[in-house]
Design a protein around this ligand. Sequence first.
Ligand code: NAD
Length: 426
Amino acid sequence: MSESESREWLGELDHPEYRLALAQFERAAARLRLDPNLAERLKSPQRTMTVSIPIRRDDGRVEIFRGYRVQHDSALGPFKGGIRYHPSVTLGETAALALRMTLKCSLTGLPFGGAKGGVRCDPKALSRNELQRLTRRYTAEIFPVIGPDLDIPAPDLGTNEQIMAWIMDTYSQQVGYAVPGIVTGKPISIGGSLGRQEATGRGLFVTILETMRHLNLPVSGSTAIIQGFGNVGQHAARMLSAHGIQVIGISDSKGAIYDTRGLDLTRLLAYKEKTRSVAGFPGADAVSSEELLERPCTVLIPAALAGAIHIKNAGRLQCRILAEGANGPTDLDADVLLNDRGIFVIPDILANAGGVIVSYFEWVQDLQNYFWKEKEIQDRLTEVITQAFHRVLDRSLSEKVDMRLAAMMAGIERVASAHLVRGLYP
Ligand code: NAD
């Protein structure tokens, strides 16, 4: 399909991220010789919902925000996927993330289909009360399509456990009783799971260590650079550093810092808490966020937004491993270049799957009203993600395909077999 035909076909879903997700999907579907009817089905989300969210601002004005929930595929189970609050949220971006969720859940063997939601807003520009009103009204608008057996949201970029608590409360108020299983990533006091907050970072950490083992890279003398110092970036940094991998560079939306002696994370977290950014951290060099990506390191972790690695900087990266904490951080051309250059890519649907794996554990605990110990959760997460890593690595080696292609193929295969055995309704 030409680019203009593809745009026309995509219609209201057209977005660079959706085109990237589709291109990656099509590459894997072609290699698998996937039934074309099924391929067409999986290229379109099962259900998309766009809502208007009117909220009263603190100054008395009423402002309308735009929100989305996209449910990509439910062949394997209820829909599952995070909610993003960011000024660039669109229907197409949300659909791309929902497609990735389907493949992520499938690849890691979870009984979920993929979904994603979002509200186009700048959460940092809203007061706590405004954020609460926005979240409650968004939840009320998507109420008909969510539920513990239907679609279970979770945090993503710009949302956190407080926002999940408001979603849980709003849903519970509507049905008249507490429904902890409606969201994951919520506070422990209302049915959250131990180990959920750090889960994406832990999954990244485990896949990075497995990769280093595979490549025979020693821990001693290894370094990491991280783009994004939010939920994913902070926990990954903490675990890598505790394991002896020096974190030498970190960026966030306001700037980047670099120190070859290794950053003191305890001091950095306290500094960020006070100033809301890592920028200006005393003792470290100030660099631009783009420059930081090109500094030498063992592991580079994009853990912020999509599109961080592109054709212009992929040739200049000086890392041995690219561990994709963010969703869709590498574009198609950059991917080819990274493979040619021998940079080992841990693809997003594998590298950042720790979050949804522990979300699955949280949901199971909520449904059973029986809660596990933290160690049990960490061990089970390590087991599930390590198995997925080796399934992908074995396939990549035996079929001589890159890790992304191997991961996409494994993800498509399981969901495809569920479709084929369930058949086409009616
Ligand atoms: P977050 O909101 O907690 O943190 C995002 C971080 O990125 C912040 O530090 C922000 O300042 C930084 N950032 C934004 N723009 C930047 C820029 N241009 N340069 C450098 N840094 C920038 O979000 P999060 O939950 O950590 O999610 C980060 C990424 O990981 C997203 O792509 C998300 O989809 C993905 N992800 C998150 C989870 C999860 O469980 N939270 C799970 C899977 C994938």
